[in-house]
Write a new protein. Structure first.
Lengths: 513, 212
């Protein structure tokens, strides 16, 4: 790590912009989420003049609030109310310096080799095996201090998951996370007041600034500037934090443009830039997600759910069957939102919330495809996506397994959260109704923050938007570095894969700039 | 002629009744943005959803949900605010389109009897129409976050937010409070308080079976 002290001279915040301006750089990176931050730091360290542009503001610990509605309104795009047309579900995407890393649960998993083998064989990739990426996973892991969650901050609700899995003979393991000095506050989703989570705003971004990168926040990029095979910069407006009210205009000229604005914003930006990088017609297509659903279990005794890592235990037992199981926690009221019932039933269940544990399952929904398109009047995307009945079936299977694990861990009542089925089960036999239940996708309550593939990499320029190094086909100096370049679902939490791919891209870019 | 006049008069009476039932006679709103009707809806729905319970400190009527909803609306952008307000309107005026069960069901939600309100919400929750279920889930989500997130309810269950002194790390010396200039950074090097190692918030006891 660079020893020089960072200075905020290289930072710009909303209050700094009082007029239109133009900047110059070797590289402009759009988006400060995990991928954009790594690319910025690596290129700055290599001596390039880099400008990192972020639409959201930087947060400090005293600005993290515990109310979930307010947290979502302040840190998520469209206040957390973004949803696709097709299957209704909240799509959670961050708008802040550090992107999703500020408000995610910090899980860092390397997808198993079969995921990359599948990517390579189906999408004609030759250098994206797990072995190819291993050095990049290692480098990122070392920088962020990624390690398994220790037992002393697991808390009872995570260890119950482990116990239930053991009872059923399922594999389980503590989650590896980019966290140092976790205190078990379970506040990952609302911002870590203990600054234990090594989010990008306190790791890669300050390090990039030490290396000379400039970080311009509260800027919304509206267009990539270019003609023919080359782009020469980006332009857009200053936007006020939280309201998004537009202000001064800006333009940044650069020899290389890296779009890391995320799986939704990057394709919209390409479309609004005159259909850039879309000779294949794949920009905005192939949208995939990891839809997830939660299952609550009520236990006979107080389980102290407040204490413990947010998502600290998981089971990869069923990964090949298409789903992953994990623990989860968020502020209690947010966690309680899916509590079934109304009136006396509801308050009775809420009154038991200190002996309630919630776990979730996510599905690698490869059959459920959607697309993203641009609105005429804003940079927010129009999202079309529908949960495929077969993927819904896998999610029901995940819910069934979560019910079984709850009962194996000692729960006396489990809430599966599926419309049209009983609100709760009191035994594993009752839960077995899920084996043969006919469940329509609309009966499931799902959410997702894992989104992929809208600018997918492909070995064939006619079928993908970027090559294996993230370079856009048909353009000499436009790159994409975010989860949009994944060719398919990674089946596990995607941040670590995005970081490793970005690290690899940055290494290739160092010589090309 | 007489028939025509009668029809017009009846129509005007109907419109008058509709206006009265939809918009007339609300008490003042509790908030800055929340309208009178919205305030009444939030209060009425909160009372129906969250009756008193011995395990919880406050009920839906005491949880100041209208004030909470007003704060939430203030935090939203224009289009999201419109969405939430449309949802409030849908529930408040919904019974005028699809009357609630029982006598007097053709009136706005906040004017229904407590049992009619609960039955009305349950109809939405159990509906086979996805959109109705989704709308109910959205209303319930906003209200649960206000009701269950109420400090006294959380404290009653031992779930109140941790009292954590925010940790200031080196990166925090870079960032000013949101909306303020860079010169307004709150902290200096003397404020850095990243202890190593930071202690878990609860002491850890290894289960007997694992102590060997």
């Amino acid at each position: 790590m660079n020893e020089a002290s960072p200075s905020n001279e290289s930072l710009r915040v909303f209050a700094d912009y009082d007029r239109d301006f133009v900047e110059e750089a070797d590289v402009v990176v759009v988006g400060s989420g995990p991928s954009g931050s790594v690319v910025t730091q690596q290129l700055a360290e290599a001596g390039h003049r880099v400008i990192l542009v972020e639409e959201g503001p930087p947060f400090t610990p005293s600005e993290f609030v515990q109310d979930s509605n307010l947290t979502m309104a302040r840190t998520l795009r469209e206040a957390g109310l973004r949803s696709p047309i097709g299957t209704f579900m909240p799509i959670l995407q961050a708008i802040c310096l550090g992107g999703g890393s500020l408000v995610n649960s910090a899980m860092c998993l390397r997808p198993p080799p079969f995921v990359f083998d599948d990517w390579c064989s189906r999408f004609e990739l030759s250098q994206t095996t797990r072995d190819d990426l291993e050095p990049h996973f290692d480098a990122v892991a070392k920088f962020l201090g990624i390690a398994p969650t220790p037992d002393d901050v697991q808390g009872k609700r995570n260890l119950l998951f482990r116990d239930g899995c053991r009872e059923l003979g399922y594999s389980s393991e503590p989650c590896e996370r980019n966290v140092q000095g976790c205190r078990g506050s379970g506040e990952c989703f609302s911002g870590c007041r203990s600054r234990a989570k090594q989010s990008m705003d306190i790791t890669y971004i300050p390090e990039a600034m030490r290396c000379g990168a400039r970080v311009l926040t509260s800027l919304q990029v509206n267009r990539v500037l270019g003609a023919g095979r080359r782009v020469w910069g980006v332009e857009g407006r200053v936007v006020e934090p939280f309201t998004g009210r537009p202000g001064a205009h800006f333009r940044i000229h650069a020899r290389v443009v890296v779009l890391a604005a995320g799986c939704m914003a990057t394709p919209v930006l390409l479309m609004r830039s005159g259909g850039l990088a879309n000779e294949s017609g794949q920009v905005g297509q192939n949208l995939q997600m990891h839809p997830g659903s939660t299952v609550a279990g009520r236990y006979p005794d107080f389980v102290d759910p407040l204490f413990g890592g947010t998502q600290s235990y998981q089971s990869l037992q069923f990964l090949r069957e298409g789903f992953k199981l994990e623990t989860m926690w968020s502020p209690p009221a947010a966690q309680a939102v899916r509590t079934p019932g109304l009136g006396e039933d509801l308050v009775d269940r809420l009154s038991n919330f200190n002996r309630t544990v919630v776990w979730d399952g996510i599905v690698g929904a490869n059959r459920s495809l959607g697309r993203v398109s641009a609105r005429f009047d804003s940079m927010d995307p129009v999202i079309r996506w529908r949960l495929h009945p077969e993927d819904a079936g896998i999610l029901v299977r995940a819910i069934h397994e979560l019910c079984r694990i709850h009962f194996a861990a000692g729960a006396d009542r489990v809430f599966p959260g599926i419309a049209g089925l009983p609100e709760h089960f009191d035994s594993v036999e009752e839960a077995d109704v899920l084996r043969d239940a006919s469940v329509a996708p609309g009966d499931l309550t799902v959410a997702s923050s894992h989104l992929f593939c809208t600018t997918r990499m492909h070995g064939d320029a006619k079928q993908g938007v970027v090559d294996e190094w993230g370079k856009c086909y048909g353009l000499d100096n436009l790159y994409i570095a975010d989860t949009g370049i994944f060719p398919a679902c990674p089946s596990v939490n995607p941040m670590f894969t995005a970081l490793a791919l970005a690290h690899r891209q940055a290494h290739a870019l160092k010589d090309r700039v | 002629m007489l028939l025509g006049v009668t029809i017009v008069v009846l129509f005007l009476i109907f419109v008058g009744v509709l206006i009265k039932r939809a918009w007339w006679g609300y008490p003042p709103s509790a908030g800055q943005l929340l309208g009178r009707g919205e305030s009444a809806l939030v209060k009425a729905a909160g009372e129906a959803m969250f009756p008193p319970h011995p395990g919880l400190a406050v009920d839906g009527g005491q949880a100041e949900l209208a004030r909470y909803a007003d704060t939430y609306l203030q935090a939203l952008g224009t289009s999201q605010r419109r969405l939430i307000r449309a949802m409030f309107l849908l529930f408040e005026q919904g019974p005028l389109l699809f009357p609630a069960r029982g006598v007097g069901g053709f009136r706005r939600f906040s004017s229904l009897t407590p049992s009619q309100r609960l039955a009305y919400l349950e109809d939405w929750a159990q509906s086979r129409m996805l959109l109705r279920r989704v709308a109910l889930s959205a209303l319930k989500a906003v209200l649960i976050l206000g009701y269950f997130g109420h400090d006294e309810n959380l404290r009653a269950l031992g779930l109140e937010a941790w009292e954590i002194e925010p940790v200031i790390c080196e990166a925090d010396l870079l960032y000013p409070p949101i909306g303020e200039p860079r010169s307004a950074v709150r902290w200096t090097r003397s404020d850095l308080n990243v202890e190593t190692p930071r202690k878990p918030l609860r002491p850890f006891t290894k289960p007997a079976a694992e102590r060997g």
